[in-house]
Design a binder for this molecule. Structure first.
Ligand code: WT7
Length: 657
């Protein structure tokens, strides 16, 4: 390293605050700090600004109806269609502009202009109708990052059929439980897709899943991604996507008029209990909110080339690959594969080739880039980049600074955006054209978002002290309920801190956080039994029940251990039944059991066999202690345990592995 570089590194290491570059501020969609005050003084009418980004068929009567809180309604009686907002309204001015630039892992590309996307969405919407899909029928999608996924989502939106996208990496069983929970009778899937050069036989997994669905599935649409590489049969109720679309060539489907509060989609996510929750998002509030945050936080303009590297199977992809960017009429890059195939510079090659302006990714990816080394980004011209973003988990200052320097060349602001599946869109982050950035801290709540850090009694904690993050006013992108389970909606999110007698409702996202004197929030992580593995949310109970389902396992406890790239990794402590081997074969069966029940993302990093689990005198498993053991941290007082002797035993085993 030259002296200059050393000096630069040293300066960056100490620097705690970064101002947005002048050049960025000058062109930013939002650059005036008065927006915070303006939103506060004019709440909830401030959210008209978000609704104004959309085209409404009928104006709404009220911005917010809180008469049945916490079952809030936004933009009541407004009418609109999400697909018309993402497609039709752009046709006149931007029909020939690129909506999606798709890149397959093998290097093939497909370009969809807004006109192309509109055409295919119409054709597929007509096909879905012909299969019998009616307004309000839930259509499940089990698809990887291929263009037919956003096409199918928008086709559903067009005919008013809510979609439920299941991440393609989830297991057959996970698909089946989600289809059952949503009473979904239609599935759109594909035969296969590519990962590190190999064709994954997705259709086989789909078939396994379908065999486990307890009700009749009326139709399955299969996209042919594998081509000649993968021959598969289609059953009587299965249809080839290409044939269906070809049969509908040139079809036009009038977008169905949806009420603002009509469901746009369901997204299943993990919670404290074993059952994933179906988070319900609506047409008016959600679409307004993701459009507004795409504009204000991601600074998206129609002429930009924007790239969010998330998978559409998660909420980040729904909000910030599909709905927000398309509603704003921008050009998005969509990439099928992994960042290190064929080489570790794949993403930077794409940024250079497509002239990407805005790049949004996850801290886990940034930590992997850091590990691989600077030669990969250094080999490419990344000067098209204007703004960088991260989402999904806390980003440590070192990774933030690496991203700032080696990807952004110290000339791009970084937005560290805190939000959740349930919030629909971003909630806590700096506005890139307004706020000072502090690495490691997401920033202040967005304008109009009333977030506070409180103690267990709900009283605000002092600056610098850890507490619980709460949101004290509703916002348009919020979930409306847990699908078919209003009680769970209340108990999961509202019961903890609300005073229902006083009709005061406080949303609890189940994250720990602290705030500084400038009102910047640092999110510390989940406080419930949910792990964040590579930015993916996994319930410990789901993993435990998968392990206990393995023959020969008596009991299991799952906790998160620190991991340098993944953030958290799954540690499983397992008690086997009498006479069962505690060997590699058993370990393999446990890992396979978890992969079958959930998917490879939940695969345990370590399986530790133990004769007992540390328990309190009342019989509760001491998870905190297991976590400390996984992280090889000093253990506090263990004398109150019912079985203190077991601790040293387990510690020795974790060290061994
Ligand atoms: C959980 C939500 C939001 C889309 C991807 C994940 C954690 C998210 C941040 C951030 C610290 C973060 C929280 C949250 N999280 N963003 N910028 N800093 N933590 O969505 O699967 O619903 O998970 O991810 O713990 O509760 P999700």
């Amino acid at each position: 390293m030259s002296d200059d570089t050393v000096e630069l590194e040293a300066r960056l290491e100490e620097q705690e605050a970064f101002e947005p570059p002048e050049e960025f501020v000058e062109q930013a969609n939002v650059s005036d700090a008065s927006i915070y005050e303006e939103f506060e003084e004019n709440w909830p009418e401030c959210w008209e600004q978000a609704a104004d980004l959309l085209t409404w068929e009928e104006e709404y009567d009220a911005v917010l109806d809180d008469s049945d809180a916490p079952f809030y309604e936004w933009f009541t009686d407004g009418k609109l269609n999400a697909s018309a907002n993402c497609l039709d309204r752009h046709l006149d001015d931007r029909g020939d502009e690129v909506a999606i630039d798709w890149i397959g892992e093998k290097g093939e590309t497909r370009t969809y202009t807004y006109g192309d996307l509109h055409r295919e969405v119409n054709e597929f919407a007509a096909a879905l109708r012909e299969l019998g899909v009616e307004e309000d029928d839930v259509v499940t999608m089990y698809m990887p990052m291929i263009p037919e996924l956003p096409v199918a989502m928008l086709a559903c939106a067009r005919i008013g059929a809510p979609h439920s996208v299941v991440f393609a990496g989830f297991s057959a069983e996970a698909l089946a439980t989600r289809m059952e929970s949503a009473d979904s009778e239609y599935l759109v899937t594909c035969d296969g897709y590519y990962r590190r050069g190999d064709l994954l036989k997705h259709k086989e997994k789909t078939d396994e899943g379908l065999a486990q669905v307890g009700h009749d599935v009326s139709d399955v649409v299969v996209v042919d991604r594998g081509g000649d590489e993968y021959d598969h049969d289609l059953a009587d109720n299965e249809h080839d996507y290409g044939d269906l679309v070809a049969e509908q060539e040139g079809a036009e489907v009038e977008p169905v008029t949806r009420d603002a509060e009509d469901m746009l989609f369901l997204m299943y996510t993990s919670g404290t209990t074993g059952e994933p929750k179906g988070v319900k998002h609506t047409t008016g509030g959600y679409l307004s909110y993701v459009s507004w945050t795409s504009q204000a936080v991601l600074d998206i303009k129609p002429d930009d080339t924007y790239w969010c590297s998330a998978d559409i199977g998660w909420i980040t992809g729904h909000s910030y690959i599909v709905y927000g960017p398309l509603a704003l009429g921008t050009t998005s890059v969509m990439y099928e594969g992994t960042p290190d195939y064929p080489e570790r510079d794949r993403l930077w090659e794409i940024v250079e080739e497509y002239g990407v302006d805005i790049f949004y990714t996850a801290p886990t990816a940034i930590r992997a880039f850091m590990k691989w080394g600077t030669e990969y980004p250094d080999g490419h011209d990344l000067s098209s980049l204007r703004l960088l973003g991260t989402v999904g988990e806390p980003i440590n200052p070192r990774a933030w600074k690496w991203y700032y320097k080696h990807i952004g060349d110290e000339s791009c602001p970084i937005v560290d955006t805190w939000w959740q599946t349930e919030t629909g869109g971003m909630m806590v982050t700096t506005l890139p054209g307004v706020g000072t950035m502090k690495p490691g801290s997401a920033g202040p709540p967005l304008p109009g978002i009333d977030a506070k850090i409180v103690d267990t009694k709900g009283d605000e904690v002092e600056a610098g002290r850890a507490g619980y993050l709460t949101v004290n006013k509703p916002w348009p992108g919020m979930l409306r309920t847990v699908y078919k389970n209003d009680d769970r909606y209340i108990s999961e999110y509202w019961e903890e801190y609300s005073d229902s007698d006083a009709d005061e409702w406080v949303y609890f996202p189940e994250d720990g956080a602290k705030i500084d004197d400038d009102g910047y929030i640092t999110v510390l992580g989940r406080v419930d039994d949910v792990l964040n593995v590579s930015g993916h949310r996994l319930g410990t109970m789901e993993i435990e029940s998968a392990i206990v389902g393995v023959e020969g396992v008596a009991e299991a406890a799952v906790v998160g251990g620190n991991h340098p790239v993944k953030g958290e990794a799954v540690y499983a402590y397992v008690i086997t039944e009498e006479g069962q081997g505690e060997d590699d074969a058993m370990r393999d069966r446990i890992v396979a059991g978890v992969e079958d029940a959930i998917g490879p993302i939940a695969r345990p990093e370590q399986v530790v066999f133990t004769p007992e689990l540390p328990k309190t005198r009342s019989g509760k498993i001491m998870r905190r202690l297991l976590e400390d053991i996984a992280n090889e941290e000093e253990l506090g007082d263990t004398s109150t345990l019912r079985n203190p002797d077991v601790v040293a035993d387990i510690q020795a085993k974790v060290g061994d592995d």
